[in-house]
Design a protein around this ligand. Sequence first.
Ligand code: NDP
Length: 497
Amino acid sequence: MAVIESVEQRAESFVRSPRKLLIGGEWVEAVSGQTFETINPATEETLAQVAHGKAEDIDRAAKAARKAFAEDAPWRRMTASDRGRLIWRIAELIEENADELAMLESLDNGKPFTIAKAADVVLTADLFRYMAGWPTKIEGTTIPISALPAPGEYLAYTLREPVGVVGQIIPWNFPLVMASWKLGPALACGCTAVLKPAEQTPLSALRLGELMQEAGLPDGVVNIVTGFGDAGAALAAHDGVDKVAFTGSTEVGRLIVKAAAGNLKKLTLELGGKSPNVVFADADPESAIVGSANAIFFNTGQSCNAGSRLYVQKPIFDEIVSGVAEQAKRFKLAPGTDPEAQLGPLISDEQFEKVLGYLDSGRNEGAETVVGGARQGDRGYFVQPTVLTNTTPTMKVEREEIFGPVVCAIPFDDPDEIVPVANDTNYGLAAAVFSRDISKAHRTAKRLRAGTVYINTYGVVDAALPFGGYKESGWGRELGHEVLNNYLETKSVVAAL
Ligand code: NDP
């Protein structure tokens, strides 16, 4: 407890002074001079004052990023090896400041400090380390071409070049991890960036900006503009931005597609999900129960890949559902600064009302609540982990992304017919299969229309593993070497010999 208190004090000194925008290597106020408040979702109290960036600030940041991308600017003259070293140094500084980053994340987002430190901060540092290896390995190819009139008389090769200035818009559910998923590959590829954190959770990204400066990142390579949706909209529409990477709701994803049309900037989108988790009768019950509970309740259900539709084959339906309900009862919901907290509150009043609204809608449409179904306490945005049964495919709770700790448990009979049911959604981010029959598990994984399929586990994320969605869950992939394609152009060079 004493450790957590001392870290809390350290984080508080960061939170106490009004936080500014990072533009061109300087911490500056918004042009309007306005600020906004962030709220601690566990207490509903004001946490920090943050600069309210708007279109004019996005413009300043995009110009600073363009200047830093100039051919003769220090960033462009840096060797690939030095770029890799710098990214590695960022990872080291994240680890050296792990406690403070985890505490900022916990206060701002509500997630347990212990989980923020063991998962979010570790994944963030790991992402930068993984990306630090790439700058020296970004290569073109030499291509034999058959062009007439002089076959064999040409030398043709490709160059991979940074796409330019990138705009990056991130959500509040994993603020630091999302910042790293965006900034890591952009830096590895030699781009410059304007990052727009979510209005609810700007603090860890701002601290990351300081650490990047400490690592020696040249001015203007990473700019951070905090603000509301209007700052994000301005970034998506800005003519001086070559590419936008967005993570958030499918609804805003659609707005970004329209906004990006002006200068036809490149776009990658990582959007919502309603991921199916299929448990066959031959599954190991214990791993299916633990996996299915974590699939939905981790991060209080605020994960784009949450396993929110739990399909269980009839012979083991009762056993799995009561097991998941038991797990739900056992989770300790508490403010993130409680060392025993396992689940934190929802992020905001808005999200809290939205999730409670889904619970009402489910009940009104005939769903049964096995466990949970209500808020916890009268302070903070805590909602009990909830298992619903007796839902149907037309109910909102079974069709729409709730983004809270609510799972619909649905029995099925025929193992051959469950895949079309699982695929019957506009989304396609993730899916899971629990079975001890390895052929069945892999065959089912192949038929599921989702960007990631977990077998006998759920939610594994790794810097090396591509992540993204089919259908309305997005465009393109993050992570792995695939993400580099989002930040690189390919240039073909043809020389007559
Ligand atoms: P949003 O999609 O609104 O927010 C995500 C990011 O987009 C934020 O940085 C936000 O900025 C920015 N943004 C908002 N409007 C625009 C715009 N018009 N143009 C460009 N950027 C914009 O998510 P919400 O916070 O409103 O959450 C709503 C729902 O979205 C959740 O209930 C959940 O279903 C889903 N969601 C999905 C996530 C995922 O990981 N796939 C993550 C978060 C939410 P600002 O915060 O300043 O408004």
